[in-house]
Design a protein. Sequence first.
Length: 446
Amino acid sequence: MFSFFKSATARRRDEARDLLRHASKVLRYRGDVIAASEVGLLSGACDSLRALIADKSADEAALKSACESLDARLRRHGGRLYPFGVIADWTETFVIAAILAGGVRAFVFQPFKIPTNSMYPTYHGMTAKAYADSEPVPAGPARLWRKLTLGASHLAPLAPVSGEVLIPVHLDASGRVFASPAEREKALDDGILGTGLLKGPADVHTVLVGGTRVSVVTPSDFSFDDALLGAFFPVDSARPVTVQEKWAGVVSAARERGDLLPTSVPSAALLRTRKVVKSGEPIMRFDVLTGDMVFVDRMSYHFAAPKLGDAFVFRTLLVPGMKPRDGTAHPDFFYIKRLVGLPGDTLRVEYPKLMRNGAPATGAVGFEYNNAARHDLGYHGYLADIGGAYPLVDDRRIPVGHYWAMGDNSANSSDSRVFGPVPQQALVGRALFILHPFGDRWGAAK
């Protein structure tokens, strides 16, 4: 209040405090998708700015420089949280306002937006719905309804010239695909209704029409792989295997047909789609579906022990195995995983099964479907090792006062196989209710 009468330095301090609040949110919600070295640098920039705020002798120029440094890092790693998009911001504001109006604060229930797919398909981050060329695309009221109920945003990039659509891919030393598309850059979207107002973070992907590069802009944290597979390789997209295995099949078949074109870079190639478009036609058509907004019960664990199979949220600040080895500040953000082991339990993986005390784990839909490798439902079984320090190749006993966390999407989850058991004091609560989107998953959490 009365900021007009404040000095430039005082106003800059207010700006710095606001920037630190955004940084804290980015670290909490996106820490599992940011490289550990970058998390350390981002935390260090926060510490530097915090120290300047506390230093009464710091002038406006020093505060401005520190703010600009932190802002630059947040723009690279903030995803959809920074700069924040207006729809996501309104949704979160509405949820928090509803909680406050009901007299329930974060000590009882807390909303969490899931941006990534480590718990897929039980809980969704952003996913894609691709449309075949012959399939009608919702328009008018139907598209508005999908926006409100599913958070669906429709994208249909247009071809600037006529020609065949080509997809850049990266290849490993053996010639197998390990990433697609080959190029992705960070950027900002066009703002509300393309006006440039309240721009949000975005990823820019590259495809080619003939020899002309075409940029496809999607929200940050969105898997463009799913959109590409669904649009150009629907049979492979429907295969009940992981995305990596789908691309391996696509590239292998393309190589046999002669549809994998070399480039001047040995580790890159162009994948032919055999789809020819005319100038001004859509290259592909797909919807970006929002991630789940989950209510988390923060009260129960104060009165009752966590249960096997809970989808639970924990605070990484209190997990020793997540402490940076380079001596930088300990990250503090939230993960949501499946609680797969209790204190004293012995765990190991016999693919696809997770063995608990010598028998397949039971008590949750994630256990049931993963242990049966229900590829048709998106559950591909448990992996013993994803390159972390705590693999489940042999029996591993969980210490007293600790719990073991794993994602239902076992092949794409940074969990206790990487950072070890989660101590009791780090637990925040259990997933209680999927508030949005209003689709098949809406309702009680699984």
